[in-house]
Write a protein of this length. Structure first.
Length: 79
């Protein structure tokens, strides 16, 4: 076989935050509305009713990421 295959895999790696644990910046103190265009169980994408003025706003065709942890009065959303 191959000598040393898989040796030390995953050791010493620092686990970086993902999804809902990534740092986020609130863009406005105003409430926003929009349409849920996709829901994948614990996260999804919202198309805001009003375009967001942000350098990264076009990254996902204008859709905004939302996780179930972000929801205040619900556990999930439906498109």
């Amino acid at each position: 076989g191959k000598k040393g295959k898989g040796k030390g895999k995953g050791k010493g790696k620092v686990k970086r935050p993902t999804g809902p644990d990534l740092p986020r910046t609130r863009l406005s103190t105003e409430k926003a509305s929009g349409e849920v265009v996709e829901w994948k169980g614990k996260y999804g994408w919202i198309r805001p009713a009003k375009a967001v003025d942000h350098a990264m706003a076009g990254k996902h065709k204008g859709k905004l990421y939302i996780h179930s942890q972000d929801l205040i009065s619900a556990d999930e959303l439906k498109p």
